[in-house]
Design a protein. Structure first.
Length: 185
């Protein structure tokens, strides 16, 4: 049941991934789910850059590590290596991008929200396929255009790390019940 998938979905981090590969077909299934997200005025603003092969993930990791070293005020070699390692621990990493409607026919926040819903669809699908995932939005995302071409009006919103895992996931918790966040009118 979808409500159980929603309730049981967790962030699963690269250090928790095993080395089992994610197939191109599995990635395609996850991406197809993204494409069915709600989208106002049918702008379909979500865009993804897929770093699947070991070579592609290493290229992104090297780029992010080098960019971190060049742009941070408080450089830490430990943090640089951690940034680079996350890419190699993952079976696939997607750059989550949003293409702004050139006509600006709707507020930008609606296109960001639609892209976030596309990511939620991917996350739920990945979880159902026993593929762990998490969305990270480091400041380094703003430098992606130096590695890959982005169209005019296209922005990177973060990275979606994915990998298969064997660990038992913790039970979810919420600080407050939905009734404490809801007012019936």
């Amino acid at each position: 049941m979808i409500s159980e998938i929603i309730k049981n979905r967790r962030s699963v981090f690269p250090v928790q991934y095993n080395n089992e590969p994610i197939s191109k077909e599995e990635i395609q299934t996850i991406l197809q789910s993204a494409n069915w997200a709600p989208t106002h005025k049918k702008t379909e603003p979500w865009r993804f850059k897929v770093f699947h092969s070991e070579t592609a993930r290493k290229k992104l990791g090297d780029f992010l590590g080098k960019t971190y070293k060049e742009t941070t005020e408080k450089f830490s070699e430990f943090k640089q290596k951690k940034i680079e390692a996350k890419l190699m621990q993952s079976g696939c990493v997607l750059a989550i991008c949003m293409q702004r409607d050139p006509k600006e026919s709707l507020p930008e926040w609606e296109e960001v929200a639609a892209t976030a819903m596309a990511v939620q669809n991917m996350w739920l699908t990945a979880h159902d396929m026993k593929i762990g995932a998490y969305w990270s939005s480091p400041a380094l995302k703003d430098q992606l255009h130096k590695l890959v071409d982005l169209n005019e009006g296209e922005h990177c919103l973060g990275f979606f790390y994915m990998g298969k895992y064997d660990v038992e996931l913790l039970e979810g918790q919420r600080k407050t019940a939905i009734d404490e966040k809801t007012i019936w009118i």
